[in-house]
Ligand binder design. Structure first.
Ligand code: UDP
Length: 404
């Protein structure tokens, strides 16, 4: 039986507020997975970097789930970071007398520490990448810097040596096979869940009132980190077309700057909104605490997710759980979450006209909007943390049994 697991999240702490900087879906994922595993009686330690010099060392998050922050040298030398992180985990687990059944890394930066710790502790090692450098490069906008060679080399090495590589969707599994020649025998698939206690349908008027949104006209929502990968530029251009035929339509953007181009991208988006004469109709909100997101979804008629690459796409899954249709790009996890024509629309490519047409169809047809809302909520049932926990427990059992 699995008793204790170590999750490595060097890049970002699961307790950080998602929606800007380095914090997004992966934080929500690692936190959600740790909580459900702890609820199943597994002791979980999430090891992460100490981002704040005055930060707390160990946070007891819930019964059986703690986050351990490791002091790291200033960013610069990745090898020093890996060494210090590994030593920090070994020191902490040695002092605590922790014996792990599995080490599971999240994101490429945790890959090498996971491989080394798996070896040093003599336990099986699993990895989830959440995004893959080569896949991200495929559709990146021309001005978005490509993933580094160090990242791609690390991903290749870790994929070749991990006991198990976990994909979130069949599309990510296919990408691992195609772009990284992953061994199918060591590949498994497990989508994350949505917290249905938080994300469920609710009254639109109440939600709008809680956000201070006056008016009953159509509302289009974009939620997430603002960087070229997420396609806010496409969403704004699409909304400009929608706004022309819906004089009372509004758009809400929830999230903040992220990635190398983040602050410049936010400034560019504000300029774009002004150029299109939409300053009064597009509202930018700083990142919201995760438990405020349900109100944002419920307030919306449509959620738009034109990501250029997306390994899963929690925003789409959460929106659907709240009974809101989603218009998304036909990439990665979004194509797995959104059922084209039933729970929203999938759009090929990044021409804003396609997104505007799809949003327009939903806004123009209340019967279609209502049936999509119902289908979206129904579809979201397939993304449950409980099912995710079952899959991970059986994966870890199999790995631990193989190592005995
Ligand atoms: N999110 C949030 N507050 C915000 C904006 C986003 O809590 O202001 C959360 C959102 O609910 C979702 C996550 O951030 O759980 C974004 O995940 P997604 O997979 O859509 O994108 P990623 O950040 O992984 O690219």
């Amino acid at each position: 039986m699995i008793q204790r697991v170590a999750y490595l999240s060097v890049h970002t702490c699961p307790l950080a507020r998602p929606g800007s900087g380095d914090a997004g879906g992966m934080n929500v994922y690692v936190d959600g997975l740790a909580r459900i595993m702890a609820a199943r009686g597994v002791q979980v330690e999430v090891f992460t970097r100490q981002a704040d010099p005055d930060g707390v060392g160990v946070v007891e998050v819930a019964d059986g789930y703690r986050v351990v922050h490791i002091d790291l040298p200033p960013p610069g030398d990745p090898y020093a970071t890996v060494n210090r992180f590994v030593e920090g985990v070994l020191d902490w687990s040695g002092a605590a007398g922790a014996r792990y059944d599995v080490v599971h890394s999240h994101y490429w930066l945790s890959g090498w520490p996971g491989l080394v710790l798996g070896d040093r502790l003599g336990v099986p090692f699993a990895v989830s990448f959440h995004t893959l450098g080569r896949v991200k490069n495929l559709n990146r906008r021309h001005d978005d810097p490509p993933a580094s060679l160090l990242r791609i080399a690390t991903e290749e090495d870790v994929i070749a040596r991990a006991g198990c590589v976990v994909a979130s969707t069949p599309a990510e599994a296919a990408e691992l096979l195609e772009h990284y020649r992953a061994d199918p025998e060591r590949l498994c698939m497990s989508p994350p869940g949505v917290d249905h206690r938080l994300f469920h349908p609710g009254d639109r008027r109440t939600a709008r009132a809680s956000l201070g949104i006056a008016g009953t006209g159509p509302l289009v929502l974009f939620a997430g980190r603002v960087q070229p990968l997420k396609g806010l530029d496409v969403a704004v251009e699409a909304f400009a077309r929608v706004a022309a035929s819906h004089p009372d339509a509004l758009m809400l953007v929830v999230g903040g700057a992220s990635g190398e181009r983040g602050p410049a991208e936010v400034a560019a988006m504000l300029d774009l909104v002004a150029e299109r004469g939409l300053a009064e109709r597009v509202r930018f909100s700083p990142p919201m605490p995760h438990d405020h997101l349900p109100a944002a979804y419920r307030a919306a008629d449509v959620v738009v997710a034109p990501s250029r690459s997306e390994s899963f796409g929690l925003v789409a899954a959460e929106a659907q759980a709240c009974g809101v249709p989603v218009v998304a790009s036909r990439v990665g996890g979004l194509a797995h979450i959104v059922e084209d024509g039933a729970t929203g629309f999938l759009v090929d490519g990044w021409d804003p006209a396609g997104y505007a047409a799809a949003i327009g169809r939903i806004l123009a047809d209340p019967a279609l909007a209502a049936s999509m809302a119902a289908a979206a909520e129904e579809r979201s049932a397939r993304f449950s943390w409980s099912a995710t926990a079952d899959r991970f427990l059986s994966l870890y059992e199999g790995m631990a049994a193989g190592a005995r």
